[in-house]
Design a binder for this molecule. Sequence first.
Ligand code: NAG
Ligand code: NAG
Ligand code: NAG
Length: 138
Amino acid sequence: MKLIILGVAVAILATCEGVTFTRCQLVHQLRKHGFPEAKMRDWVCLVENESSRTTSKVGPVNSNRSRDYGLFQINDKYWCSNTKTPGKDCNVTCADLLTDDITKAASCAKKIFQRHGFNAWYGWKNHCQGALPDISKC
Ligand SMILES: *[C@@H]1O[C@H](CO)[C@@H](O)[C@H](O)[C@H]1NC(C)=O
Ligand SMILES: *[C@@H]1O[C@H](CO)[C@@H](O)[C@H](O)[C@H]1NC(C)=O
Ligand SMILES: *[C@@H]1O[C@H](CO)[C@@H](O)[C@H](O)[C@H]1NC(C)=O
């Protein structure tokens, strides 16, 4: 019985924790989801600063009471719905942005990029305009 409870607890913990990609795993994921090679190092830099490459990261509540979700730390003010129904500009729930399958987070991030470019992300603005991560081995 104890073992079963432990097993369930570990399983729940595991799903809550999401995955933390290595740098090369992240590159492979981004390639798989069609991010262009020319901007790959910028995206890697952005994700490394925003979420440390962890899919399940939920940011702290911001001063404007919004919150950021997932690998790309996407904000719930405009982009994802904090209800059970998909909505806002990416037509997703915020929970959809925390899954190990990054399909939804990736297409939402691309939509944000189309509208605002990399300047939408402080992690990029403050960190990624100088030296970019080395991905030559990926
Ligand atoms: C992102 O950059 C900020 C400084 O702009 C730094 O304080 C923070 O620790 C960085 N986050 C990560 C996950 O590297
Ligand atoms: C809310 O505050 C956060 C952090 O200060 C910022 O990144 C975000 O753009 C703000 N969102 C809105 C809608 O003002
Ligand atoms: C939003 O996504 C749902 C499926 O999750 C879909 O049925 C609906 O048509 C979409 N709405 C818009 C406005 O794209």
